[in-house]
Design a protein around this ligand. Structure first.
Ligand code: SAM
Length: 262
């Protein structure tokens, strides 16, 4: 099918075969895997992933694309479609419902909500084995950035506290119909195992990271003023004169642990 791509749904359909093959080979689905695709669109990734896994669950918001997808998948494997906004899908409940321990998630994401999708997946990280996503290259750079880098920020810290972030390869605009205005990149995210995860309250970590990067040019003493004083920052073994962009993800966890009760 060649539907007219809808801008409002962030539709940029992948058509270049070599990139489709590289993504499928990066995911490398096995017959026993429970694979979930976000935004199957016209099925560029769906059909080859389905062929490899035998079954696949796809989450699509655009009703118009669904009948054709079902028809094309019929001879390939068992496709089940969840017609929903992905942000409303409870991945943990989905895994439980199907009696699987962890899902494998993949998708060429709608760029207009790429960060909310990433944060949503992080919330369900314990129910996810891995994720392979196509995103704007600039977002992948931010996700993988290290302390000291200009693009290191809230997204880098929150993702790196939950997952191993592995940028894989870049994809040029011409690989899509219509071409997006920016370069894209594929990234692999592997959620940390329970023993590798931090034990601070996620809401507190989020509050500290958000405040620290809201004013990234300021010292932490200033940026966190509403949340804690300099003495509390020092008890976390962090210099109140430092700036957020120089702190490692674990430093924010220690700050969250000494955050006074509000
Ligand atoms: N996977 C296809 C491909 O690679 O050609 C399509 C990718 S396109 C960039 C993004 C897809 O996500 C579209 O099919 C779009 O309709 C769907 N989509 C947009 N917003 C969504 C949402 N909130 N929840 C689920 N799917 C969404």
């Amino acid at each position: 099918m060649n539907a007219r791509p809808k801008k409002s749904f962030g539709q940029h359909f992948l058509h270049e075969k070599r990139y489709i093959e590289r993504i499928v080979s990066a995911v490398s689905p096995k017959p026993d895997d429970f694979v979930v695709e976000i935004g199957p669109g016209e099925g560029a990734l769906t059909l080859p992933l389905l062929a490899a896994a035998g079954k696949l669950t796809a989450i699509e918001l655009d009703t118009d694309l669904i009948p054709d997808l079902i028809a094309r998948a019929a001879s390939v494997g068992e496709l089940s479609i969840i017609h929903s906004d992905v942000l409303k899908v409870d991945f943990t409940a989905l895994a439980h419902r199907h009696g699987v321990e962890r899902l494998r998630i993949a998708g060429n994401l709608p760029y207009y909500i790429s960060s909310p999708i990433l944060f949503h997946c992080v919330e369900h990280a314990a129910a996810i084995q891995d994720m392979h996503f196509m995103l704007q290259k600039e977002v992948v750079d931010r996700m993988a950035a290290e302390p000291g880098s200009k693009v290191y920020g809230r997204l880098s810290v929150m993702l790196q506290l939950a997952c191993r972030v592995e940028p894989l390869f870049t994809v040029p605009p011409g690989a899509f119909r219509p071409p997006p205005k920016v370069d894209s990149a594929v990234v692999r995210l592997i959620p940390l195992l329970p023993e590798q995860r931090h034990d601070a309250d996620p809401a507190r970590v989020h509050a500290v990271v958000k405040a620290a990067f809201a004013q990234r040019r300021k010292t932490l003493g200033n940026a966190l003023r509403q949340l804690m004083d300099s003495d509390a920052i020092k008890t976390a073994d962090v210099d109140p004169k430092a700036r957020a962009e120089t702190l490692a993800p674990e430093d924010f966890v220690r700050l969250a642990k000494v955050l006074p009760n509000s």
